[in-house]
Ligand binder design. Structure first.
Ligand SMILES: *[C@@H]1O[C@H](CO)[C@@H](O)[C@H](O)[C@H]1NC(C)=O
Length: 796
């Protein structure tokens, strides 16, 4: 019901502010560990098991009817005790004897009828309001509460000097609940309040204002009245009530909460207050009832500076709009706020107006407001936030005759950018323009006040800032957050830009030119954009790294990669790409150079080390090894007497005997040579066949001589057709000297075919290659093969 039930602890500070939203500043240090919240637990008694270190104890909204000394005496550090909304009927303040640090005691909304007094000298906040006291519960001991700042009381009867004991205290705030007060016809009551900064009187809700107590205050600054219900008849009761209170010169601030009244009575109250010293008048939650008719109003000289009306419910449906609005529009005050009302319009003052500040937030004004209005000559600030404005050029036109207008706030409307045929004119004096939360598009930039310094365009539908726009040379702060911009702006058009807010747009690769063109930038906020972490972004990241970290707001936390998927979520700060992958020319040069070097190396090896020969040999070696391992040994064993039969031309015998044979025999390879192992008496052919059949492999030493030798061809023929070894690949061809293709007679097509397959082993002329050559030969023999040597010996 009131604003004063908020927690108030320890360091109590008070500021009597214009809008009079009076709360108290709470300062918890790190004591929150000692906070015990036992509110709304249906408790009937204070719990027994409270931690003795409790500093803040909340027992509000329970059913506690009794508070004993034993309940809380052990809470030696207790500072805050909330007991509001319980059922306590009597209280002896003696129960707080041991709570020497108790600063805040809320006993409001109980059923207290009387209290026994005891000085709890540490108290700063004592709330006894909304109880059943018949007289004010102020005892002499209250005079000792020198720290007391807030005092809440309630009573149904008053005596003039009830509050005398508190006279010398420096109270900030007195809350007086008059809910139980009934008018006594016979006796005139009065109450003198000697000293407070704020006096808050709460009347009975939902009943006509009838209080007749004559309250006078010596010194105070703010008066708040809550629950005022008036009609044309009892309007005078309030005015009489206020008469005494507004006498002194001190009352500067008057607030009326929850006021229900007829229009006629409201205007009477205004008229009554007009010559009074009140400077600030606030009305919160106003309901207008019955009817609204034209009321005369004399705008006499007034001390009133600001009228602030927030949240109006109008229960009158048929009335003259002019009757309602004229009373406000003609007011000779500086500041007027009418917000959260169903008002659809405001009239243009008839004569040059005193208004400097007009706030019409959250009404239902349309574009027609203040059109062609040239009497608002002193107006500096106009707030039309949250209304029904639609056309931006109309807003511009509205300001045309407001020569002093500096700040215009038309945020949260439905403003659309002007079409081509719609001309834009603005008051040249505008320096702050708030166009945020509308539906403006790119063309808004064609329709802006030329000297604007601060421009808020956040939460609109801007996709890009057009190149061809009039320069906004004075623009210092630009907020285009929450739009659909694809890139940072260029400062060619905004040469003074120093603050740019452009977070939450669609900027994927911001151009790094920004930092060059906008050299006056002091602050940029560009986080939460979908940055595409590719090569183009590197320059931007580098530039950000160069400027100081205070300039880039939200860096590095809000700057993250969105694409590609692999970088998603990576902070831009940690995004690196090698120079090579980002520079095509460099990449091509590098690849070219590498290829060139490789080619050179390969050529070198081919020329100087005969690389192809090595490769061929190694290849054959592996193949041979593989084959040799796969030959089913069991089949061969027993029938073979030699590892190899060697066929060669007589002309090559020197090489065979000096190189081949010694080398093979060194490896224990048994060799069948025709001049050594031929069985005499058998024909040469028989001997050859015999030798081939008994050998595991046949080695042919190929050379131009071999080609010429008829015998050799026979041997090759037999060996190749050796039925016994069929499929076992029993041929080993050694090319001793190169054989020109055309030197092979065409009838030896077998040899020709073998030569073209190049399955021979070349005898290298260079000595250092010979190791590999021999390894290749050896690989062809499987040394596990057990030869039928006895059989051989027996025969021979
Ligand atoms: C513009 O208005 C919005 C709310 O409507 C507010 O949040 C913002 O701070 C204002 N901008 C400026 C520059 O005052």
């Amino acid at each position: 019901m009131t604003r004063d039930k908020e927690p108030i602890i320890r360091h109590f500070r008070f500021v009597c502010i214009v809008t009079l939203i009076i709360g108290t500043i709470i300062q918890f240090s790190d004591e929150s560990t000692f906070v015990v919240d036992m509110s709304k637990r249906h408790l009937t008694h204070v719990p027994r098991d409270l931690p003795p270190a409790t500093k803040v104890l909340d027992l509000s909204e329970n059913c506690i009817s009794d508070l004993q000394i034993s309940d809380i005496s052990f809470l030696l550090g207790l500072e805050v005790l909330r007991l509001s909304h319980n059922r306590i009927q009597t209280l002896d303040f003696n129960v707080f004897k041991f709570n020497q640090h108790l600063e805040y005691l809320d006993l409001s909304h109980n059923q207290l009828q009387n209290i026994s007094c005891y000085s709890v000298v540490s108290l700063q906040h004592l709330d006894l309001s909304f109880n059943d006291f018949s007289t004010l519960p102020v005892c002499m001991e209250f005079g000792n509460l020198t720290q007391l700042s807030f005092l809440g009381l309630s009573a149904t009867k008053f005596h003039q000097l009830d509050l005398l004991p508190t006279a010398h205290l420096h109270l900030n705030h007195i809350l007086l609940d008059l809910g139980g007060y009934y008018v006594k016809e016979d006796e005139a009551e009065s109450l003198q309040i000697l000293n407070t900064k704020i006096l808050h009187l709460v009347f009975r809700p939902n009943s006509l204002f009838s209080v007749k107590v004559n309250i006078s205050v010596n010194t105070f600054g703010c008066l708040q009245l809550t629950n005022i219900k008036l009609n044309d008849k009892n309007c005078q009761v309030l005015i009489t009530f206020l008469l005494e209170l507004t006498k002194g010169p001190n009352l500067l601030n008057l607030t009326l909460n929850h006021m229900e009244t007829t229009w006629k009575c409201l205007v009477r109250v205004f008229q009554f207050l007009w010559p009074k010293p009140v400077e600030y008048l606030n009305i919160y939650n106003l309901t207008i009832v019955e009817n609204i008719d034209e009321e005369g109003f004399t705008y006499s000289k007034t001390a009133l500076k600001a009228l602030n009306i927030e949240h109006v419910t109008n229960q009158v449906f048929i009335f003259s709009q002019t009757a309602l609005y004229t009373v406000f529009s003609e007011m000779n005050i500086v500041m007027l706020t009418i917000s959260d009302t169903p008002f659809i319009h405001m009239l243009c003052p008839q004569a040059p107006s005193t208004f400097k500040f007009l706030n019409f937030t959250q009404n239902v004004f349309t574009d027609s407001v203040f059109q062609n209005c040239s009497t608002l000559v002193r107006l500096e600030t106009l707030i039309l936030q949250k209304n029904g404005l639609k056309k931006l050029y109309k807003v511009g036109l509205m300001t045309e005759h407001m020569p002093s207008l500096k700040t215009l706030d038309v945020s949260w409307n439905s403003l659309d950018s002007p079409r081509h045929e719609e001309d834009c004119t603005w008051a040249e004096s505008i320096v702050v323009l708030n166009l945020s939360s509308n539906v403006l598009t790119d063309s808004v930039f064609r329709c802006l006040p030329p000297k604007v310094k601060v421009l808020d365009l956040h939460n609109n539908r801007i996709q890009s800032i057009p190149k061809q726009i009039t320069k906004l040379e004075s623009l210092q702060e630009l907020n285009v957050a929450f739009n659909a911009l694809g890139d940072l702006p260029e400062c060619g058009t905004f040469s003074s830009l120093s603050v740019l807010i452009i977070d939450r747009n669609s900027i994927s690769h911001p151009s790094a030119d920004f930092f060059q063109s906008c050299h006056k930038i002091r602050s940029i906020k560009a986080g939460d954009n979908p940055f595409q972490c590719t090569c183009e972004l590197r320059e931007f990241v580098r530039r950000i790294g160069q400027v100081s970290s205070e300039v880039v707001e939200g860096w590095p936390g809000s700057y993250k990669c969105e694409y590609p998927e692999s970088y998603k979520g990576t902070p831009l700060k940690d995004f690196h790409m090698s120079p090579l992958s980002c520079n095509t020319a460099l990449l091509i040069v590098t690849i070219g150079a590498t290829m060139l070097a490789l080619t050179a190396i390969v050529t070198f090896f081919c020329i100087y080390f005969d690389l192809p020969w090595y490769l061929r040999m190694v290849c054959q070696w592996t193949q041979t090894r593989h084959r040799a391992r796969n030959v089913p040994l069991e089949k061969l064993q027993g029938s073979l007497q030699y590892h190899a039969f060697i066929s060669y031309s007589e002309h090559d015998s020197a090489w065979v005997k000096s190189e081949l044979v010694p080398c093979l025999e060194k490896e224990n390879i048994r060799i069948c040579l025709h001049e050594r192992n031929f069985v005499p008496g058998k024909s040469i052919v028989e001997n050859i066949i015999n030798c081939i059949e008994k050998s595991y492999k046949s080695i042919f030493v190929l050379s131009p001589n071999f080609v010429q030798s008829e015998w050799c061809h026979y041997e090759l023929y037999f060996a190749h057709h050796n039925l016994f070894h069929e499929g076992s690949n029993n041929l080993i061809l050694i090319l001793l000297e190169p054989i020109p293709q055309n030197s092979i007679p065409s009838k030896y097509h077998k040899l020709k075919a073998l030569m073209t397959q190049r399955t021979y082993l070349e005898w290298p002329t260079e000595k250092n290659k010979r190791g590999l050559f021999w390894a290749n030969i050896r690989a062809a023999f499987n040394m596990k093969l057990i030869l039928d040597v006895e059989n051989n010996d027996m025969k021979s």
